[in-house]
Design a protein around this ligand. Structure first.
Ligand code: PEP
Length: 254
């Protein structure tokens, strides 16, 4: 039931923000979202910003997450960061499988699955991103695409581990484009993902899992999207860089 699921509003800063800017933004957002306890509020930050953002978020209801994690525990993977490194820094949440990682950095469902399993094994909470590209939507195969991604990305993830997974449905054509899925499209496709979870893990798990919508969510369209029965929150890119806009989305989730 939507009422019993946790709503999660998460910002994805992407490759934006110096540590000083991160600190300033969290400091500005904190009073605007204080006491808004109907949703979890997270900023997923570039690695170098994590400490500054955590410092500013101390004593607030804002949590700081990361934007990616490698699947190996340690070793010769120059430029990568392990789940153990993140947890050692007090990071609980991590985005995995963002479409920009899939599009520009060769991320596949296989590596998304490996990263997901590594993060879950380390006790982290995963925001698992998936969604169709424009051609897939236009060809009428969105449902098949998101169902397949859900299955592949969660391969060998146990029912117990699934409790630490949030799925972010992000139609690729809506990310950073100003194009938003209609509330009906978002609801329908989040519903397909939920039905796939039901097939894989049972009805109870499907009813419990938080499924966010992401793709040009903003202060204006958030309330309508978040009102939909299968939409349990938002993953927000551009609008998470502006304190007032992000706070308005948190308000819409109350
Ligand atoms: C995102 O980066 O996950 C995202 C949804 O971006 P935007 O809100 O800018 O479309």
């Amino acid at each position: 039931m939507k009422d019993t699921r946790r709503t999660v509003i998460a910002g994805n800063w992407k490759m934006n923000m110096t540590p000083a800017e991160a600190k300033a933004l969290v400091t500005e957002v904190a009073p605007l979202v204080a006491g808004k306890d109907k949703c979890d509020i997270i900023f997923c930050a570039p690695y170098v910003d994590i400490f500054a953002a955590q410092e500013a978020a101390k004593g607030t209801n804002i949590k700081i997450g990361a934007e990616n994690v490698h699947f190996a525990a340690k070793g010769a993977y120059t430029g990568e960061i392990s789940a153990e490194m993140l947890t050692a820094c007090g990071v609980e949440y991590v985005i995995i499988g963002h479409s920009e990682r899939r599009q520009y950095f060769g991320e596949t469902d296989e590596t998304v699955n490996l990263r997901t399993k590594a993060a879950l094994a380390a006790g982290m909470k995963v925001i698992l991103c998936l969604g169709e590209v424009k051609e897939e939507r236009l060809s009428g195969i969105t449902d098949e695409v998101v169902a397949m991604q859900t299955k592949l990305d969660l391969k060998d993830v146990t029912a117990e581990e699934l409790k630490n997974v949030i799925i972010a449905y992000e139609p690729v054509w809506a990310i950073g484009t100003g194009l938003t899925a209609t509330p009906e499209q978002a609801d329908e496709t989040c519903g397909v993902i939920r039905a796939t979870i039901a097939k894989l893990y049972g009805e109870e798990a499907a009813e419990a899992i938080t499924i966010q919508y992401g793709g040009s969510m903003n202060a204006k369209n958030a309330a309508e999207l978040l009102a939909k029965v299968n939409v349990d929150g938002g993953l927000i890119g551009g609008a998470s860089l502006k304190a007032a806009d992000f706070a308005a989305i948190v308000d819409a989730a109350q």
